[in-house]
Design a protein around this ligand. Structure first.
Ligand code: ADE
Ligand code: ZN
Length: 349
């Protein structure tokens, strides 16, 4: 590796915020801020069970993944029209551009909307137009990944895939999210096989709350190219070795893990152990409107809590490009830009 200058701790937050990076684990419905929920509720005449933005935000106290999901699905009920999905994605993309995100792979949960009678077409068109505009205005490449809700049936996932196929050119892959415990990857083996046949990239949430076996099964049964979260892998040394040897990326979401009580505090987060074990770890925001921060906040708070340095900043940003689904030439260009950024930092500025 080229020589990365030593950066004083007080300068590190600025470096983390300015460095170019990719975000690979962001649920667009999880970027729906309370202010936008209220604005859309008024626009669409949807009645909310909260009196104010402050009252809604005050309800964001979670004991585990399920307690969050209950609120997250309720929040999405204000999204009805193509313009709503555009506004949602645009709000995220403006923040991402300000965070120096140059590439985002964005999850969306179509079943949350189609179950309420919103057509798949409405969802994907609104999101896609926002992605197109972000590329034009900010040069930010934004791609969509369709997530199947794992608490629903295989049959429902197949029906969702069927509805999505006319828009195949608007998304690059599929993922698996929602309630992990009790819904192992095996449930979706056949639908993922079909997605791979269609040439889609495949990723899966695994080892967020669930055991290391779910990570193994995501790799063996679903042939997941990346694992979303994956922090429970540390409980299984053989799995850790496999993840390191095969450079299987983990899209880790530090603030999410604290809010959902996967770790008691950020200082007890295992991201440093994962990095030290040679895994391709990345930093992401998951559901930033609910977890207290966008991707830069995740970097800054994590680095302060774990006392990480500029070399680790470079490594994490590099990993975010390596783990992306961009083509090789584009990845090399981003990695080159990252190197120039770090070479331009002076030790004593
Ligand atoms: N959907 C949105 N955020 C999620 C998370 N952290 N885990 C599983 N499903 C999700
Ligand atoms: Zn997630």
């Amino acid at each position: 590796m080229f020589k990365i200058p030593h950066i004083a701790p007080k300068r590190l937050p600025g470096v983390l915020r300015r460095m170019p990076k990719a975000e690979l684990h962001i649920h667009i419905e999880g970027s729906l801020e309370p202010e936008l929920i209220f604005r859309l509720a008024e626009r669409n005449q949807v009645k909310l069970p909260y009196a104010s933005v402050e009252a809604l935000r005050a309800a964001y106290q979670f004991s585990d993944l399920q307690s969050f999901l209950d609120l997250y699905y309720a929040g999405a009920s204000v999204l009805l029209h193509e313009q709503d999905f555009f506004d949602l994605a645009w709000a995220y993309l403006e923040k991402a551009a300000a965070d120096n995100v140059v590439h985002a792979e964005i999850f969306f949960d179509p079943q949350t909307h189609t179950a309420r009678g919103v057509p798949f077409e409405t969802v994907i068109k609104g999101l896609h137009h926002a992605c197109q505009r972000a590329h034009q205005e900010f040069g930010l490449s934004a791609k969509l990944i369709l997530c199947f809700l794992r608490h629903l049936s295989e049959e429902d996932a197949f029906a969702t895939l069927e509805a999505a196929l006319p828009f195949r050119h608007h998304f690059i892959g599929v993922g698996l999210d929602s309630s992990e415990l009790g819904h192992p990857p095996a449930k979706f083996e056949r639908v993922f096989a079909r997605c791979r046949e269609l040439g889609l990239h495949v990723v899966a949430h695994a080892g967020e709350e669930g055991p290391p076996e779910y990570i193994r099964d995501a790799l063996d049964l679903l042939q997941a190219e990346r694992i979303d979260h994956g922090v429970q892998a540390v409980r299984d040394p053989a799995l850790m070795q496999r993840l390191a040897e095969q450079r299987v990326p983990l899209t880790v979401c530090p603030l999410s893990n604290i809010k959902l009580r996967v770790f008691p505090t950020l200082a007890q987060h295992n991201l440093k152990s994962l990095l030290d074990a040679g895994l391709c770890v990345t930093v992401n925001s998951d559901d930033p409107a609910y977890f207290g921060g966008y991707v830069n906040d995740n970097y800054v708070e994590l680095f302060a809590a774990l006392d990480l340095d500029a070399r680790q900043a470079y490594q994490l940003a590099f990993n975010s490009f390596e783990a992306s689904f961009a083509d090789v030439a584009t990845k090399r260009a981003w990695e080159h830009g990252l190197k120039i950024f770090f070479e331009g930092l002076r030790e004593h500025d």
